[in-house]
Design a protein around this ligand. Structure first.
Ligand SMILES: C[S@@+](CC[C@H](N)C(=O)[O-])C[C@H]1O[C@@H](n2cnc3c(N)ncnc32)[C@H](O)[C@@H]1O
Length: 205
């Protein structure tokens, strides 16, 4: 059962929470993406970016700061964000279609990012399975909307199927790396899969 108040380690304000508040970001999770971007340089001016599970909107805001006014950002979430992407689709990732995303984006994506997470129950295996379904859906979407050479980042909850998931994604990218940014809380089982250089699957004749 979810813990409330000061005994809940997830609610504890740490230096990233304070920094996010000070800098006006909707969530401390922005510093996971900023660290990933500093290390892998996946975001650049003028890109088309898809943000899956974008609410409350801290990743979206950071992305917009980097891609600038000539870029395009489509956010998807089942909850409305505080900070809106250029285009926002209030839908589950299981229901939104690649065509809807491509139309909203104005072309194929340079980058797909997913910070999607289910409402966690505290059941480690159950949460792992639910989260992996979201991550797999993000991969399936990325394979359909990314342009060759594009990049993909997804949150993954560690667990018995995580490595098989990583292995399943590997063939589609030049490089894949598991990353645990500093802003990930110590007690969290999450890591991020950072994939660069999309290699589209060959179309069978
Ligand atoms: C950790 S939050 C994302 C935080 C966001 N990156 C930010 O920086 O503001 C995870 C998000 O995943 C979303 N989510 C969960 N299931 C989803 C689904 N089926 N389709 C789309 N979004 C989903 C949740 O609504 C939640 O907003």
């Amino acid at each position: 059962m979810a813990r409330k108040g000061k005994n809940n380690p997830w609610a504890k304000a740490d230096r990233f929470t304070k920094k996010a508040k000070h800098e006006g970001y909707a969530a401390r999770s922005v510093y996971k993406l900023t660290e990933i971007n500093t290390r892998f340089r996946i975001l650049n001016k003028g890109q088309r970016v898809v943000d899956l599970g974008c609410s409350p909107g801290s990743w979206s805001r950071f992305v917009l700061e980097v891609i600038g006014p000539n870029g395009s950002l489509v956010g998807v979430d089942i909850n409305p964000p505080e900070f809106r992407a250029t285009q926002f689709l209030l839908k589950s990732v299981f229901d939104v279609t690649p065509d809807e995303i491509l139309e909203a984006l104005g072309g194929q994506a340079d980058v797909v990012i997913s910070d999607m997470a289910p409402l966690t129950t505290g059941n480690v295996l159950g949460d792992h399975v639910l989260q992996l379904e979201l991550a797999q859906c993000a991969v399936d979407m990325a394979l359909k909307v990314l342009q060759p050479g594009g990049h993909f980042v997804a949150k993954v909850f560690e667990g018995e199927d995580a490595q098989a998931f990583v292995q399943g994604v590997r063939p589609y990218f030049e490089k894949t790396k598991r990353v645990r940014p500093e802003a990930v809380r110590r007690q969290s089982r999450e890591f991020f899969l950072v994939c660069t250089g999309f290699k589209p699957p060959a179309i069978e004749a």
